[in-house]
Design a protein around this ligand. Structure first.
Ligand code: G4P
Length: 284
């Protein structure tokens, strides 16, 4: 495992989220819809405790719609509130506002019964880097706010950002670390571009991608690279990478072929792909 753990940073991030939690009614946990398991940090649920919380499967435009349905069901079965979202291209505010009001309906009703009309809701976004926290914040506020101090351990004064729908948002999202104690999680984060390309060797990531595509998106794999099922028969995944390197005309440049395969996945050549399969991490 090439990844390093920084327990100091982890603790700072955890404390920071914990501190801010007291100031909000609800936490928006932003997750990559392609990685509903791998882009979560399980520590968050411990920190959150009884606080209301919505999982937002963001970048749903890049994820397999069928898998998104399955993941939503699986979270709902655990009793968690969940929505899918394409924050980049759609109106995040409307969808998140409805979800927040659904989750906080009892609290809002209580305030209303006590004569408080238009209770100003306070929310914060949390998530690992790159899942779209800043994009969502900006979309909800309706303008480009500079999201600063966007690193664990950076202290700054907190400001509330106003939305047009009676929700205030903390201006600094809470940053969590992905929990990479399983090699598959690391490879998936690398393949999706959520962690730096330098962390894993491209051929490891591409071999993982090929094996994943062969298992779950075989038709797309065959069509995109114009190959026959026979071409894959009796080949290990490294053999398939060698075969494709040759087919791409890259001679022995496996790294180049690996980078192409990774880019093809990221550019949706195989269609929208979800890398986490519900249930896969609970079976062993
Ligand atoms: P962060 O604060 O959680 O670190 O994430 P941020 O909002 O910076 O988003 C990371 C990247 O993901 C950005 O792309 C952003 O545009 C993209 N993104 C956010 N939400 C969505 C979504 O729902 N769908 C898609 N397709 N992309 C999304 P970038 O390439 O780094 O920047 P940009 O060139 O898009 O501005």
């Amino acid at each position: 495992m090439v990844l390093q753990w920084y327990p100091g940073h982890m603790n700072k991030a955890k404390n920071q989220v914990q501190d801010r939690l007291k100031q909000v009614d609800i936490v928006l946990e932003i997750v990559d819809a392609r990685l509903p398991f791998s882009s979560r940090n399980p520590v968050l649920e411990d920190i959150i405790g009884q606080k209301k919380h919505i999982i937002i499967l963001n970048k749903s435009d890049l994820a397999d719609p069928q898998r998104t349905k399955e993941w939503k069901l699986s979270f709902q079965q655990e009793g968690l509130a969940v929505i899918d979202l394409d924050a980049k291209h759609t109106n995040a505010l409307g969808k998140i506002n409805s979800a927040i009001r659904r989750e906080l309906s009892e609290k809002i009703a209580k305030y209303e019964n006590n004569g408080v009309k238009n209770y100003q809701i306070k929310a914060m976004c949390v998530g690992i880097p790159n899942v779209g926290k800043s994009t969502i914040l900006n979309k909800m506020v309706g303008k480009n706010v500079a999201v600063t101090g966007n690193k664990p351990g950076v202290t700054k004064n907190q400001n509330w950002l106003k939305t047009s729908v009676g929700i205030d948002l903390l201006d600094t999202p809470g940053i969590l670390w992905p929990k990479i104690d399983d090699n598959r999680v690391g490879l998936k984060l690398a393949l999706s571009g959520a962690i730096k390309d330098q962390i894993f060797a491209p051929d490891d990531v591409a071999i993982f991608a090929l094996s994943f595509l062969e298992s779950f998106y075989l038709d797309s794999l065959l069509t995109v690279y114009n190959i026959e099922p026979n071409d894959l028969r009796n080949k290990t995944t490294p053999d398939i990478l060698m075969f494709l390197t040759n087919k791409f005309g890259y001679k022995d440049d496996y790294d180049r072929a690996a980078r192409k395969i990774i880019n093809d996945v990221r550019k949706l050549k195989f269609g929208p792909v979800t890398f986490d399969v519900p249930g896969e991490f609970y079976e062993e």
